[in-house]
Design a protein around this ligand. Structure first.
Ligand SMILES: Cc1cc2nc3c(=O)[nH]c(=O)nc-3n(C[C@H](O)[C@H](O)[C@H](O)COP(=O)(O)OP(=O)(O)OC[C@H]3O[C@@H](n4cnc5c(N)ncnc54)[C@H](O)[C@@H]3O)c2cc1C
Ligand code: SF4
Ligand code: SF4
Length: 821
């Protein structure tokens, strides 16, 4: 008969033990798991990405319900274990369940530490620990102009960054004189702070919270420096305390945490503990890598497989903030007995410090360039004598090998025992062997088989490089499903659409064995787009029911549920009469905010849904069409004043901008598409961060492509130079059509170019015949695309647009696409 194993805590470490155990022996135990949180096992680390809106909760789920079922595991979600009876070997839960065990695993994690201050009991004084906290933060900051985060450690910084990404002013209070004082020295802290200030985070260092004021909710925060701020929320990220409540109640040995031996056994040999709740040889840990190391040992122990005991871990960390590269490990501060090797380039934002003792690396701080992190870590872990490397070591591994063209992240330069994924302790060799031995073909295969990249995800780029290197051409042929409705990727869907004739999205679903009847918000808009692009004329009717919400309503929905109305302003040029017309309409509809957009248009914000159609009609009557500020299509063509007015202008950028906008408006593209035209290389229209950037030079025009001014700025690549206006127009049409047909849906030009490579795009675009082909396809498509959606909506009877969506007339279904990007 199977033994009964109960796990208390459905979090990261407990479930990893079970995953490892199932791999060794899936028949030994009858497993029951209790989780206080009402969810399946999710990746807590990724809460930071949910807050910063880079991932959804669905993306963070490690094990879905089906995994529990397939492995015959009983999961009691949202049910906390409140006591353990050691004598009778039973646990009792809050919902009154009593279950007996042969072996018990406590994996209850930590509790956040919120210091007692006046007002710390008010509503919206919260921690950043679980999904419920993130939900509360997002809900509250949506109504708040300022948020306060307390604690300048990893968690506090990620919380502040995530909140700032919502456009909320964020004040971060930190007790020490520099941020991340547990991982960085003051030089690194200063560089990091300067970088984060660019995201709009304001730092108050050497400061604490004096008191929080409010009646039931937070209203105002007073600081120890005498200042105060109005705020609706205070997020504490001031540390964690091992959650040992249950162990204390059961009279197990505890100090800082639940005391365990090298095999994770507590003072009761039938009860084990793992994760943040334990104390091993006086140490507690708050990162996943050590917890997974503990888990590996425990899984073997539970499976009765011989194993060396756990002997403690070396900690290393990375910060999960887009555009901030930071790594630290070991004793990064050192003392009077240690030496420091330092490289600092403040202007470029690079700082590297190695702390050396007895010619060996004992601490690492890398900021701005973390490419060699795994190599330095290997030297640290292996206690390598670096005497011979000293003079060059800070310049990285490539400097030592003389391979100056490749950074340390180049997988070719990594040895098999170099670590790829710090969280899961996976080396390059493990990944390569798994790909070869288990015939792995995709990133998700590698993730689930080796666990590399399955935790914080910061090494996924490296894992993918290994995959590409190991599989060569085979890699491109393999893709992941675009959503849970199917097993096929964009490439395969596009190929299928191009090889067959379809008249609606359902026929595509059927052909490709969709698992759902109606698709979802990821696949429906994508397939609708591919069909539209293929037919390029009116053979396929745009399925508006598959469009995202803004596209369906021809207006951008704003945070308070109102809309913004943006008329097209050709090339950014307007006239006194147009301005007067817009002003009259804004006054007529009592528009609360009128704003110049970043793309030289006027945005009327705060428009109620029922006002949309009459307002569009009035704008139409004055000669305006929709600016399609909501569209996955051409947004704006930004211009500078150019040679018409500017002393430096070499070409008429305004006239060219208007011409290009008249040419390209209305077109559908995989993602939003922006053009800019500058009249000389001074580039006042910022053309080099646009999808298609045009810069006038003495000999004609430079054409730049695939720039992006979003969260992660990407400067364009130069496609080519042309001499005449006609050539420029030809390239404008050809490039746009090529992007429309070649990129995946929701792939911006920047990501597309990075995926396919500049050489590939150049090869097609610089080939006269291919260019002509795309020009013709573009011209054909524009014949049916350049219809003003506002006028069309009114003609069709606009009220229909806002009635409930019915996918198929005969069967009413609940699909409603929402903006996902
Ligand atoms: C926002 C955030 C970002 C992070 N980023 C990183 C990172 O980048 N890198 C890194 O290494 N680490 C990071 N961490 C830390 C990492 O998430 C933790 O180290 C890890 O989750 C700890 O695993 P655990 O299993 O010990 O605890 P948890 O994952 O917290 O799981 C414990 C679970 O037990 C449940 N529980 C508690 N008591 C009971 C009970 N009596 N009955 C039933 N269930 C109970 C809890 O509700 C919880 O779901 C981050 C943490 C947070 C909060
Ligand atoms: S308009 Fe753009 S940049 Fe501004 S808050 Fe909204 S999404 Fe962010
Ligand atoms: S880009 Fe050149 S032409 Fe245009 S405004 Fe600037 S300086 Fe003048």
């Amino acid at each position: 008969m199977k033994e009964k194993l109960i796990v208390v805590g459905n979090g990261m470490s407990g479930l990893r033990v079970i995953e490892d155990l199932l791999e060794i022996n899936k028949d030994k135990y009858d497993i029951t798991i209790f989780g206080e949180e009402p969810y399946v096992n999710y990746n807590r680390i990724m809460l930071s990405y949910i807050l910063s809106q880079e991932k959804t909760f669905e993306d963070t789920i490690i094990n879905h319900e089906s995994w529990y079922t397939q492995n015959n595991i009983t999961l009691h979600k949202g049910d906390k274990v409140i006591s353990i009876d050691k004598l009778n070997k039973t646990v009792t839960s809050q919902n009154g369940k009593v279950e007996n065990y042969d072996k018990l695993l406590i994996a209850t994690g930590s509790k956040p530490f919120i210091p007692q201050t006046v007002g710390s009991n008010l509503n919206n004084v919260i921690a950043f620990r679980n999904k419920a906290d993130v939900d509360t933060i997002i809900k509250t900051i949506d109504k708040s102009k300022t948020a306060v985060v307390v604690g300048g450690g990893l968690l506090g910084l990620e919380a502040a960054y995530g909140i700032a990404m919502h456009g909320v002013k964020t004040i971060l209070v930190h007790r020490s004189g520099s941020i991340l004082s547990q991982q960085l020295d003051s030089t690194g802290g200063k560089l990091l702070q300067e970088n984060l200030e660019k995201y709009g985070i304001e730092f108050k260092l050497n400061t604490t919270i004096k008191q929080i004021n409010g009646i039931s909710d937070v209203e105002e925060v007073e600081f120890s420096d005498g200042s105060s701020v109005e705020s609706n929320i205070v997020v504490f990220a001031t540390g964690i305390i091992p959650n040992k409540d249950l162990a204390i109640e059961a009279k197990l040995d505890t100090k800082k945490g639940i005391i365990v031996d090298d095999f994770m056994a507590t003072s009761d040999k039938s009860i084990f503990a793992v994760g943040e709740c334990v104390e091993h040889k006086g140490n507690t840990y708050g990162l996943v890598a050590p917890l997974y190391e503990q888990g590996k040992v425990l899984a073997k122990k539970l499976a009765d497989v011989e194993v060396d005991g756990y002997s403690g871990s070396t900690l290393s960390t990375r910060l999960k903030i887009s555009g901030v590269d930071l790594f630290s490990a070991g004793d990064y501060l050192g003392d009077e007995t240690t030496e420091e090797l330092i490289l600092l380039d403040e202007k470029v934002g690079i700082y590297k410090k190695l702390v050396i003792y007895d010619n060996k690396i004992i601490g690492i701080v890398l900021y701005g360039d973390t490419a060699d992190a795994s190599w330095y870590l290997k030297l640290l872990k292996e206690h390598t004598d670096i005497s011979d490397l000293r003079t060059k070591i800070l310049f990285g591994k490539s400097a030592l090998s003389g391979d100056s063209g490749h950074g340390g992240d180049d997988v070719n330069s990594m040895s098999d025992d170099e670590e790829v994924c710090g969280c899961n302790g996976v080396c390059k060799g493990d990944v390569v062997n798994a790909i070869k031995d288990k015939d792995l073909k995709s990133l998700s295969d590698v993730k689930s088989c080796t666990k590399a990249g399955a935790s914080c995800g910061s090494c996924l780029g490296l894992v993918e490089q290994i995959l590409v290197n190991t599989l060569g051409d085979e890699y491109n042929a393999v893709e992941e499903g675009i959503c849970d409705c199917c097993d096929v990727g964009h490439k395969e869907i596009k190929e299928c659409i191009n090889e067959n004739e379809f008249s609606d999205v359902y026929e595509v679903f059927e052909k490709l064995n969709w698992k759902t009847n109606d698709g979802c918000i990821k696949c429906r808009p994508a397939i609708n787009y591919y069909l539209l692009v293929k037919y390029n004329d009116d053979k396929y009717k745009n399925d508006k029911r598959s469009a995202l919400v803004n596209d369906r309503n021809y207006a951008n929905i704003q945070k308070d549920g109102t809309y913004s109305v943006v008329p097209r302003i050709w090339g950014g040029l307007t006239s006194p009469q147009e301005l007067k017309d817009i002003a009259d309409i804004a006054v007529k509809y009592d528009v609360p905010t009128v704003k110049f957009t970043g793309g030289q248009r006027l945005d009327m914000l705060g428009v109620k849904k029922e006002q949309l159609a009459p307002m569009w009609k009035d704008l139409n009557d004055c000669g305006f069409v929709s600016g399609q500020a909501y569209a996955k299509g051409l947004r704006t063509v930004k211009t500078c004043v150019g040679s018409q007015w500017c002393r430096f202008g070499t070409q008429d950028s305004m006239a060219m901008g208007v011409k290009l906008e008249k040419l390209t408006w209305g077109s559908w593209t995989p993602h939003k598409y922006k053009i800019a035209v500058s009249g000389c290389p001074r580039n006042c229209a910022e053309a080099t961060i646009k999808d298609f950037g045009v810069v006038a030079v003495d000999s004609g025009w430079e054409i730049h492509i695939a720039g992006n001014g979003g969260i992660k700025v990407r400067v364009t690549d130069l496609l080519c130079k042309v001499e005449t206006d006609e050539e420029l127009i030809e390239y404008t049409k050809a490039f746009m059509q090529f992007y429309r047909e070649d990129a995946y849906y929701l792939e911006r030009t920047a990501h597309w170019l990075e995926r396919v490579g500049l050489e590939y795009v150049k090869k097609i675009m610089l080939d006269t015949q291919k260019r002509e082909y795309y020009v013709l396809r573009f011209e054909e498509s524009q014949k049916s695309a350049q219809v003003d959606p506002w006028a069309k909506a009114i003609e069709d009877g606009f009220t229909k647009e806002f009635s409930p969506i019915v996918i198929k007339p005969e069967e009413s279904v609940s699909f409603e696409a929402k903006e996902i990007n």
